[in-house]
Design a protein around this ligand. Structure first.
Ligand code: AMP
Length: 296
């Protein structure tokens, strides 16, 4: 039997937003995770993008935020850490969607790209949700600009990517600044040794939920490996691929940010439409690249 969202004990405001989003039935991870999260349990979720994991953790978290905080003090009640600002803003967009009938819920995003003083002034007003990447702006914690006396729920999304990006120490520092008795929802696509160790450190009696989503199978993706004998060969091979008519959009990964910039210049010289995307770029430029890619 397929479940219905109305079978969870969500408040009407959330049920309405789910209806507006057009979701008919909860996805498998939502079916499993939502009741556990509503019960206050910690979650160790193995799920990929496309499984509906974002709604799985956001819906019950927002349900909780709809009631007045039992704790006094300042700071967020919900902290969401994600590896990149892009992912953070995707999650923020979903928060907006699911909290449209909960106008009192306020969010703040911190991280690179937004001017320091703007972030700071937003944090002076009361807010409920803080989105952050662990890398930048952690100095807000050190400087006492953020504290977590009211923190009820801590969500870590794509933990494996955070570790790949070298965010282990910043993550531990954030953890140390949060209260003991919070609920932690930990998600990762993979659970290697380091991710498992981190999850053990962060979670208390977690409920394990592993979902094989359909999305990552990508059956229409063919993988090929080419050996090249030096940079000129590699470049001519790349130009060859990029000029192939059947291909509209390509993402090329480079080893460094500098290489990405250089490659963009070279490709443009060859008349190809190319743009860079990396962490040294201003947020506006990054968004611009993504929008251009979307528009083809
Ligand atoms: P995620 O795996 O969280 O990145 O979600 C993938 C996409 O699925 C998002 O665009 C969501 O808006 C959408 N989504 C989430 N839950 C459901 C659902 N129960 N039914 C249909 N779509 C959903």
């Amino acid at each position: 039997m397929t479940m219905l969202f109305t079978e969870f004990s969500f408040i009407p405001e959330i049920i309405r937003s789910i209806k507006d989003a057009g979701y008919k039935n909860p996805s498998p991870i939502q079916e499993q995770a939502i009741p556990e999260i509503l019960n206050g349990n910690d979650i160790r979720g193995s799920a990929r993008t496309g499984s509906g994991k974002t709604a799985a953790f956001l819906l019950p978290a927002l349900h909780r935020l709809a009631t007045t905080s039992p704790l006094s003090g300042k700071g967020p009640r919900l902290l969401i850490l994600s590896p990149t600002r892009e992912l953070g803003s995707q999650i923020a967009a979903q928060v907006e969607k699911y909290s449209k009938y909960l106008p009192k819920i306020k969010s703040v995003c911190i991280g690179g790209g937004v001017p320091y003083h703007k972030q700071l002034s937003k944090m002076k007003k009361p807010y409920d949700i803080l989105f952050a990447t662990p890398g930048r702006r952690l100095d807000f914690i050190k400087k006492g600009k953020i504290s977590f006396p009211r923190l009820e729920v801590f969500i870590v999304d794509e933990a494996d990517r955070m570790l790949d990006m070298g965010f282990i120490d910043p993550l531990k520092r954030v953890l140390a600044a949060t209260p003991e008795d919070k609920q932690t929802l930990f998600f990762s696509a993979t659970f290697g040794r380091k991710v498992s160790e981190l999850s053990n450190l962060m979670l208390q009696n977690p409920v394990d939920i592993a979902i094989e989503s359909d999305a990552p199978k990508h059956e229409n993706i063919e993988q090929k490996l080419y050996y090249t004998n030096g940079l000129p060969h590699k470049k001519s091979l790349l130009t060859h691929f990029l000029s192939t008519e059947e291909i509209d959009n390509i993402i090329v990964f480079t080893s460094t940010k500098v290489h990405a910039n250089e490659l963009v210049i070279e490709l443009r010289e060859e008349g190809l439409n190319a743009a860079a995307l990396h962490g040294d770029m201003h947020q506006r430029k990054r968004t611009d690249t993504i929008n251009k890619m979307r528009r083809g």
